[in-house]
Design a protein around this ligand. Structure first.
Ligand code: NAD
Length: 268
């Protein structure tokens, strides 16, 4: 290439069609919450979407549900193979499935540490490992990992969960470095507290769900929970071919929880 020529041969993007038109996406945990919102949005923007989930039964066309347990390597390989056969490849991988854990370092036995890290961290590794050969064939390959505000901020009673998400954030950057020269972009989102079935389950189990919800709302400077659709929009932004220059980025979707410091609210 000589100096003066544009470095990107063709920077036109479809504006009348969705930016994911012609692309295929795999979303783990795509049957609920953030994953379902993401799968739905990617499909609306033109992608063929497969959802790898423990419980895909509620999914309807155009989303393709594929029963997969990301803590089982054989299940992951079979799930990814089914997605590739049915959809015709993988351009976008959203590593979103995850589970919660509560308590300090004293609260959980080794088995629980291994179980949560196995799903939240190694699960991501398994799915990525199986998807990489297919991503390498894509001209618009992108991986987006669902991380958490817990990777950035010390939250009480979340030692194990935070350790898992800290690992996801570091893994995201390492993967971005490993695969950038293969044309595969890797980024993650760090949501604050998102209104999903997961958080509703947590609220239901609280002694005073209304007080707990109020406390979660006030923790975020926007004064409300994040919407699953808002996280989906951030994931789609990072996954889109229009974001071809974005890799190794951690995008907060946290209502300002990490970056802002507000004075206490005036009484009344
Ligand atoms: P959710 O419970 O509503 O959905 C999670 C989905 O993952 C479910 O459909 C579940 O069946 C699936 N899943 C769980 N274990 C699996 C496994 N072993 N194999 C395959 N699928 C499995 O949860 P959500 O709130 O949408 O959370 C999704 C992701 O977002 C998680 O990684 C979570 O850590 C992260 N996150 C959530 C919040 C929040 O406040 N909800 C905040 C930050 C990050």
């Amino acid at each position: 290439m000589s100096v003066g020529e544009p470095e990107i041969a063709d920077v036109r993007f479809p504006t009348d069609r969705g930016d994911f038109t012609g692309l295929t996406a795999v979303v783990t945990g795509g049957a609920s919450g953030i994953g379902l919102a993401t799968a739905t949005l990617l499909a609306a923007r033109g992608a063929r979407v497969g959802c790898l989930d423990l419980n895909p039964d509620g999914l309807r066309a155009p989303l393709l549900g594929i029963a997969t347990d990301i803590s089982d390597d054989a299940s992951v390989r079979a799930g990814v193979a089914t997605a590739v056969e049915t959809l015709g490849g993988i351009d976008v991988l959203v590593n979103n499935a995850g589970i919660g854990a509560q308590g300090t370092v004293e609260s959980n036995p080794d088995e629980e540490w291994h179980r949560v890290l196995d799903v939240n961290v190694v699960g991501m590794v398994r799915v990525t490992r199986a998807a990489l050969p297919h991503l390498r064939r894509s001209a618009h390959a992108a991986i987006v990992n669902t991380c958490s505000i817990a990777a950035w901020a010390g939250l009480p009673n979340r030692a194990l969960y935070s350790a898992s998400k800290g690992a996801v954030q570091a893994l995201t950057l390492a993967m971005a470095a490993d695969h950038v020269r293969e044309g595969i972009r890797v980024n993650c989102v760090n949501p604050g507290t998102v209104d999903t079935p997961w958080v509703r389950r947590l609220l239901d189990s609280a002694d005073d769900p209304a007080a707990e919800l109020a406390a979660l709302r006030v923790r975020q400077p926007t004064g409300r929970l994040v919407g699953a659709d808002e996280v989906a929009a951030a994931i789609a932004h990072l996954a889109s071919p229009q974001s071809g220059a974005i890799t190794g980025t951690v995008l907060g979707v946290d209502g300002g929880m990490y970056g802002l410091r507000l004075p206490p609210r005036p009484a009344g």
